[in-house]
Design a protein around this ligand. Structure first.
Ligand code: DGL
Length: 267
């Protein structure tokens, strides 16, 4: 069989550390790929921003990742996907993988007929979310829960603290008391809070999108003959638009190796 070989990196971006929850799955599924990850911390958080502003950031970042020779870009952020992924696909001549909360698997898996979706205002207000709910949201009642301050906690690496437990309790106590048996993580930052949610609400199942999005990216690389060469060694290159030190400090608290190993090459 002829091995396809493309040594160029995969681009990935988010407002901050959240998209690393997609990256950790991608690294597991496609360990030979190099990833250039753009953390737009100078504009964090995206959630409450006007979609036009998030779209502008997405275009600027996509340009930067194309300059870095990206062969495919993963929009590892629900808010940016809602604001920009359709336009990015129109404007740029490379494949994009976007994300949307896991409404379909959640409504199918719920036994109580009630699911809670935890996301940012930008994600709830976007057409992408509306279209997924229209198509797949029948069969279960959906509680929309805006995650106030949750992304901020994760951005500081505070995922295993009493403050994190308190914040998830405050966000989810009402929908869980109302019968929700599934919590959908509709923001990549929230994936890091899954253990806190499970500890706080042992009876609910937590559904994220990191793994399926990473798998989609891996599959697309295969379909388009864009996979890394067989002898390639995977790597993570970080570009941080805001305070690089603060970003790197949060990484070990989110389960990533110490900074020396993670933050190698630079822009
Ligand atoms: N990680 C982003 C998402 O998936 C949101 C975090 C933010 O508000 O910047 O929606």
């Amino acid at each position: 069989m002829l091995e396809a070989m493309d040594p160029r990196p995969v681009g990935m971006f988010d407002s901050g550390v959240g998209g690393l929850s997609v990256f950790r799955e991608f690294r597991r599924l496609a360990p030979r790929e190099r990833t250039v990850y753009f953390a737009d911390t100078a504009y964090f958080p995206y959630g409450p921003r006007d979609p036009g502003e998030v779209r502008k950031r997405a275009f600027a970042i996509a340009h930067r990742l194309v300059e870095a020779d990206a062969k495919l870009i993963v929009v590892a952020c629900n808010t940016a996907s809602a604001a920009a992924v359709a336009d990015l696909r129109q404007l740029f001549d490379l494949p994009f993988v976007g994300m949307v909360p896991a409404v379909k698997p959640a409504t199918r898996a719920s036994r109580s007929g009630r699911v809670a979706i935890l996301a940012t205002p930008g994600t709830f207000d976007g057409d992408l979310y509306a279209s997924v709910v229209d198509e797949f949201g029948t069969g279960a009642a959906i509680d929309r829960v805006v995650g106030h301050d949750l992304a901020e906690l994760v951005e500081r690496g505070e995922v295993a603290t009493p403050a994190a437990r308190k914040a998830v309790r405050a966000a989810l106590a009402r929908p869980v008391a109302n019968g929700a048996d599934i919590v959908v993580l509709g923001c990549t930052h929230y994936e890091f809070l899954a253990p806190a949610i499970t500890a706080e609400f042992p009876g609910v199942s937590v559904l994220g999108t990191g793994e399926p999005v990473a798998r989609r990216a891996r599959d697309l690389l295969q379909e388009l003959d864009l996979e890394a060469p067989p002898d390639a060694e995977g790597a993570l290159d970080l570009i941080v638009s805001g305070n690089r030190e603060a970003f790197l400090e949060a990484l070990p608290r989110l389960g990533f190796a110490p900074r020396e190993q993670e933050a190698e090459a630079q822009s």
